[in-house]
Design a protein around this ligand. Structure first.
Ligand code: HEM
Length: 174
């Protein structure tokens, strides 16, 4: 049986996006590209590739899905890295409430604002499974310029204050 309510991946595709999605319509679709990251507790910096998809079913939230994999010095895939999925709930005035979970045992609730092609989300709450790394906060900033999505991720974890973990530049895939 086919799902009678398929997700839309673009502003001009069915279903018609909910009016509250107006500040994030430019995010709809699939993006991929490369990034780099590091953290003071890690031996060195790393390079990675990532694919991110935002879709909707006509209601005032986005479905968010992201997969990353590490790259070697020649840009070849090294191993799977972070995966996340979640929901960005759009509220009046571009306010965003996001729920994001990771297979590493981390569930984040983030709140923030969508405006002028940018979304800025900061941790409201984090829940951890018993064996998860001690993540206390994140800040995620997404900026859209034409067909480029830049992403910066700050992390407070394992006793370290909030600071840079990742930055990436993604391009529209379809
Ligand atoms: C594109 C996405 C991401 C990539 C490529 C990435 C990459 C990495 C890498 C390579 C490490 C070193 C350990 C390892 O090799 O697995 C690491 C550690 C870590 N990452 Fe990420 N990460 C990503 C997203 C995230 C997110 C979203 C969070 C939390 C919300 C996070 C939290 C951590 C933590 C807590 C550590 C462990 C630090 C430590 O124990 O010293 N990462 N990450």
């Amino acid at each position: 049986m086919d799902i009678p309510y398929p997700d839309g991946h673009g502003p001009d595709e069915a279903p018609v996006p909910h009016a509250l999605l107006a500040p994030v319509l430019g995010f709809l679709g699939t993006w991929n590209g490369r990034g780099q990251g590091g953290y003071p507790t890690l031996a060195g910096d790393f390079r990675y590739a990532q694919e991110v998809t935002f879709s909707h079913d006509g209601r005032p939230f986005l479905r968010y899905e992201a997969r990353a994999w590490l790259l070697d010095g020649d840009g070849a895939p090294l191993r799977p890295a972070a995966r996340e999925s979640g929901w960005w709930r759009l509220q009046p005035d571009g306010r965003v409430e996001a729920l994001i979970t990771q297979p590493t045992g981390i569930a984040e609730i983030a709140v923030g604002q969508a405006a002028d092609g940018a979304v800025d989300l900061s941790t409201h709450d984090v829940a951890l499974t018993p064996t998860a790394k001690d993540v206390t906060a994140t800040r995620r900033r997404y900026t859209l310029t034409d067909d480029t999505l830049t992403f910066v991720h700050d992390l407070a974890a394992v006793g370290q204050p909030l600071q840079h973990h990742l930055s990436a530049t993604l391009h529209r895939k379809r």
